[in-house]
Design a protein around this ligand. Structure first.
Ligand SMILES: [Zn+2]
Ligand SMILES: [Zn+2]
Length: 349
């Protein structure tokens, strides 16, 4: 079968590899679509970061080379011994987290913080291939009304949903989202799904603002508008109830902290590859806080799938499909240059 194999920095090849065998407790999936994630770009341009060059991962036993892809949907083609609740023909999405089940976070239900966490598509052969094999406890069935295209977006939307749950907001709250990429859009959908109506997305790119506005979103251009002053004016000095950093840059964090009300959180859902100078005095003077969030658990997947079944998500104008053969040029290169927003890869093309 064809697969996108990671061999190291700037080295991903579309090559023929053996089809994976279905093992006990596992399910074999014919991949329909697999999303390209910022993590994949980091591994390709700046990595290896999460992918181990030689040391086998403790939970998967896998090191480089590895098939990429952790955001995908597909159809079950075979189930291994001992699998009872998933059957051939089921339409599914996979939750890529491998967890040990023994460490404190695992024992308390927070396996997204497992101390030996692994990811399908980074520490095990992933979904940028015609077939992949996944442990049964990492599989979610899709309702008939949710398309496989939407299914391929459950994982990034679950990242955003999980982050939104940390903000302590309700349908009367206001929120600011910094960054209008796929996670920013996911945050907007998550907050709207929680009943919030006062949500603005702060995004300098006119292309991204236009995409959000077509979906019904409200946006602010931080180049043209002094965001903290604008928010102070609109809220009569109260500030917003939560801010989200899905941009990961200094101006966004400074602006977010200055726009928050007292005792309100900045929720961080960006990957910071270097230390940032942060005005922590903005925390002290108003008893604000910064809360990090990472990944999701099964609960977040279920919440997003339910919202998808309720037709909450619209992919118009920000999601496109490309063939596996175009992964580097149409995929990685164009995403790196911010020419595209969210790309799904068809492994059969
Ligand atoms: Zn991802
Ligand atoms: Zn664990």
């Amino acid at each position: 079968m064809r697969a996108a194999v990671y061999h190291g920095n700037n080295s991903v090849e579309i090559e023929d590899v053996p089809e994976p065998a279905t093992t006990p407790g596992h399910v074999k999936i014919r991949v329909h679509l697999n999303g390209i994630c910022g993590t994949d770009l980091h591994e390709y341009f700046d990595g290896p970061i999460f992918i181990s060059p030689s040391e086998p991962h403790p939970l998967t036993g896998k090191a480089m080379p590895v098939v990429l892809g952790h955001e995908f949907s597909g159809t079950v083609v075979e189930v291994g011994a001992g699998v009872t609740d998933i059957a051939e023909g089921d339409r599914v999405v996979i939750e890529p987290i491998y967890r040990c089940g023994k460490c404190r976070p695992c024992r308390t239900g927070a396996y997204n913080l497992c101390t030996s966490i692994g990811f399908h598509g980074l520490m095990a052969d992933g979904g940028m291939a015609e077939y992949t094999v996944v442990p049964v406890d990492q599989i979610h069935k899709l309702p008939d009304t949710v398309s496989l295209e939407l299914g391929a977006l459950v994982e990034p939307m679950a990242v955003a949903w999980h982050a939104a749950q940390h903000a302590g907001v309700n349908d009367q709250s206001s929120a600011l989202i910094y960054g209008g990429g796929p996670i920013g859009i996911g945050l907007w959908y998550a907050l709207r799904g929680m009943g919030l109506t006062e949500v603005d997305v702060v995004e300098p790119s006119p292309v991204r603002r236009a995409a959000l506005e077509r979906l019904g979103g409200r946006t602010i251009d931080p180049i043209a508008v002094d965001v903290p002053a604008f928010i102070a004016d609109r809220s009569k000095g109260d500030g917003v109830d939560a801010a989200f950093d899905a941009a990961g840059v200094v101006p966004a964090i400074e602006s977010a902290l200055a726009s928050l009300g007292e005792r309100r959180p900045l929720i961080s859902v960006a990957i910071y590859d270097r230390p940032l100078p942060t005005p922590l005095i903005q925390l002290v003077l108003r008893e604000r806080r910064i809360q990090g969030t990472i990944c999701y658990t099964a609960e977040d997947f279920k919440a997003v799938i339910d919202l998808m079944a309720a037709e909450h998500y619209d992919t118009t104008g920000w999601v496109e499909t490309i063939p596996l053969s175009g992964l580097i040029k149409q995929g990685f290169d164009e995403l790196r240059e911010s020419k595209r927003m969210k790309l799904l890869v068809d492994p059969t093309a």
